[in-house]
Design a protein. Structure first.
Length: 408
């Protein structure tokens, strides 16, 4: 039962002896009128102080002439962390469910007040376009059901970033099921409280995030990102919410036929921003520009007359290009491989072959290196080949020693 304030009413009014008889005949409605009592309306939000906490209800003082009741049914819908805070003296916001129930009680709801607060928050987010995080509860044919405070929001299939527009139903279903339990960045795009409709978009949130990230980037900036995709013509790098592309020609100082020769998906790379197209959301990146200059590395280590162990990078009709340690490349012209006799370079060499050559020319102005096979003596070739065999044998033995017994 609600604790009534009826006995307290006479003492709360200015006392006059000539009003005793009149007061004795006043009805409850007359008393409410004298006190300028405003009847609470269904759906109205009230602020109250908890008077008592019972097993099946909570009694609150909401500043009216009677207390308000939170029923057990409403309490059962509250989370444990909220229930733990409901103690006498605590101020809470409630929503009026019934101005009068069959017992004449003012029935209010903490749960409904929290829901109304969530709807108000959703409207603010719709205006501010702020990005928030939400957890995926379940997947259905139309999209994803997600959390939003005490409400449930919905992300339609067309607004799920990881579902390609052309995805078949089976693939889309698998993607959605894989997202259950995960946290997504989303943006509120539709709020219809009267229809209990709250629509969110992961795709719109990504657009906002990309635009914000693009605005932070500048041409010439040096950044570190992670390779997320690889194609024949280059690699795509995640720069923290927005992807940029390194064309294959800007991956390395050496000539490479495919990015997988030097990099893999998941690798971290340092790059320079060479261009930004805000309208098309495209970023041109350059890895080669931030790598050590192979020419400077080479001339600091070698001079004319030195032997160099290199790798064949390209074979052409007029000679062989050789990559030296550090990335510099030089050319062995056919005139410098006369020991091959009538055999052509294409008959003798393949890309990736190890080769011993001697530096014969360093053109500082053109940053050009020339190598020679003819200037490598037979003894030097034999000694180099012996050392390579010894090194390869040692590596094989070490591999066998480290292998499990079953492999020996």
């Amino acid at each position: 039962m609600v604790v009534s304030l009826w006995e307290d009413v006479p003492s709360a009014l200015p006392y006059r002896e000539d009003e005793d008889a009149t007061q004795a005949n006043l009805s409850f409605a007359d008393w409410l009128e004298r006190y300028d009592y405003v009847e609470p309306q269904r759906g109205q939000l009230l602020s109250g102080i908890i008077v008592s906490v019972r097993r099946d209800e909570i009694v609150l003082d909401v500043g009216l002439k009677r207390d308000a009741i939170v029923t057990r049914r409403d309490l059962e819908r509250l989370t444990p962390d909220i229930l733990a805070k409901l103690r006498p003296g605590t101020e809470v916001q409630v929503c009026v469910l019934q101005p009068y129930n069959e017992d004449g009680d003012l029935v209010v709801s903490i749960n409904k007040a929290l829901e109304l607060d969530d709807w108000a928050r959703a409207r603010r987010l719709l205006t501010s376009e702020e990005i928030i995080q939400t957890q995926v509860l379940e997947a259905n044919k139309g999209g994803l059901l997600v959390t939003f405070g005490r409400l449930n929001g919905f992300i339609p299939n067309s607004h799920i970033e990881s579902i390609p527009p052309t995805a078949q139903e089976g693939k889309a279903r698998a993607i959605k099921e894989g997202l259950v339990g995960m946290t997504l960045d989303v943006k509120v795009i539709q709020v219809e409280e009267e229809r209990n409709r709250l629509i969110l978009s992961e795709r719109a949130a990504r657009r906002v995030a990309r635009a914000d990230r693009l605005a932070q980037l500048q041409v010439g900036q040096i950044l570190t990102g992670q390779i997320v995709n690889m194609t024949d013509f280059g690699v795509f790098v995640d720069l923290g919410g927005v992807d940029g592309m390194i064309h294959i020609s800007n991956l390395d100082h050496r000539h490479i036929a495919h990015p997988s020769q030097i990099l893999a998906i998941g690798d971290e790379v340092t790059v320079r921003i060479d261009g930004i197209d805000l309208q098309r959301e495209r970023i041109a990146l350059n890895r080669k520009a931030v790598l050590p200059d192979p020419w400077e590395t080479f001339i600091a280590r070698y001079q004319v007359g030195d032997l160099v162990e290199g790798v064949v990078t390209n074979v052409v009709d007029y000679g062989v290009f050789v990559g030296a340690p550090g990335g510099a490349q030089g050319l062995i012209h056919t005139t410098r491989m006369s020991k091959l006799g009538a055999v052509t370079p294409r008959d003798m060499f393949r890309d990736g072959d190890a080769i011993l050559v001697r530096v014969t020319k360093l053109d500082m102005a053109r940053q050009h290196i020339e190598f020679s096979l003819d200037d490598v003596s037979a003894e030097e070739q034999q000694d180099w080949m012996f050392r390579r065999r010894q090194s390869q044998s040692s590596e094989t033995i070490e591999g066998l020693e480290d292998a499990p017994p079953a492999m020996l």
